[in-house]
Ligand binder design. Sequence first.
Ligand code: G3P
Length: 480
Amino acid sequence: MIGNSLKTIMVLAGVYLLYIVISCVIVPYFYDPKADPYWKPTTKLNQNDKKVVSPDKVVLLQDREDSGLARLQLIKNANKSVDISTYAIHKGPYANLFFGCLFEAANRGVKVRILLDGIVNQFNKDLRLYSYAIFTHPNIELKYYEPLHLGNPWTWNNRFHDKLFIIDSELAVVGGRNIGDKYFSAAGTKGASNDRDVIVYTEKQEGNETSVLKQIDEYYQYVWDHPFTENAVKKVSHRKEQKGKEKVEEALHLLAHAKDVYPLPIDRAIDWKKDAYSTDKVVLLHNPHQRVNKDPLIWKELVSLTEQSTKSIYLESPYIVPTQKMLDYVEPEKIKVDYWKMLTNSAASTPNMVAFSGYWSNRKAIINWVNELYEYQEKTESLHGKTYIFDEKISLIGSYNVDARSTFLNTETMLLIDSEEFAHFLQKELNKTVDNHSLQVSEDGSYKAKEDVEQADVAFWKRIAIKTLAPIIKFFAFLV
Ligand SMILES: O=P(O)(O)OC[C@H](O)CO
């Protein structure tokens, strides 16, 4: 009897596993996304357009602490609304301060909306407690994009990787950072993640119709109302409501004593607008919201810009895992750029062994594609920036990594900035990371020696993991 039940359970589990493999692995491997027949690249690089100055100004936000502080201050100074979308909120002191600021803003009447990836966040215990308090608060809402439904494994690959932060519909932060201590930690913090954001705002009231902020606002609303998003909590018991309130009180208390846990004074005014650059055009790029494989709109844009570039391309991505399906969109004979520099994590710095193993198998090919390939040599910090600069004119910053997951599977948001001044500045900043912390990879895969940068040791377990994973990931790179 017990034997029969066990057999039935094993058969059902096997059928379910097969259902998962078909939905999450086999279908995405074969399924070609439907292409938008009207798609055109956003920018023609070599066109001598009549110069139109956009009303948008941009500020590069690189320093980890400043970037964390800016978010907290912007929430504190919000008057009407705060709209946030991010892939992940990691539990820890920064997330608690962040929620402290959000609840403080909501308590004074600011409308707060938070949109997160479902699967990645719905098992975060702290977030669950906040979600109970959010449910009962009239001014804060929390939604999950594609939360886990065990019966719909074909939705599991559709991850929400957008990263937007919009204040009063008047200013936005677009970049690559999630919310968590490692993105905003002080210099020298172990496990710190280095990234870049852009603050975009407009000062001209009459120019607002052409501002990217309108586009960002409309896109946020579109995703907020999208059928793939759901309210995080549908009902709460009295006990849960109580637990949520206690968590919020804790966060507000922490905020009141922020100086004990946060290295920078939250109320210190930063005049970040002093570092603003004027622009000719700013556009929000995003992938379409489609399940299984998406029409790879951001990748198509990057390929088009690569093919149009004549002078230079600077590319920084924490993971570089090109797949054949991605390369099918490229016509190599069209790439005529004079100089191409690429920067990514080394085996020592990468926190993502799966993605790095995918890169490792392609490393030799990449060395041949570009003029100079660099790898970041810090053992306790990693690169997380997604930065692309074409012909010292067009810059893209945002969430998109050069891999199949960002290309076909995830939602992604990138800010395209047409500004020579900004591109020059960004290029200089990227070169600082290259010059001070990275080594160039030679044709044989070894590093070229450099006086001021030492090759970082790769932990023994990492070497073994890369050697073991690389041949396996080759077959699954379309999911990485
Ligand atoms: O580290 P992130 O935030 O760029 O995310 C990497 C994952 O591949 C997202 O799917």
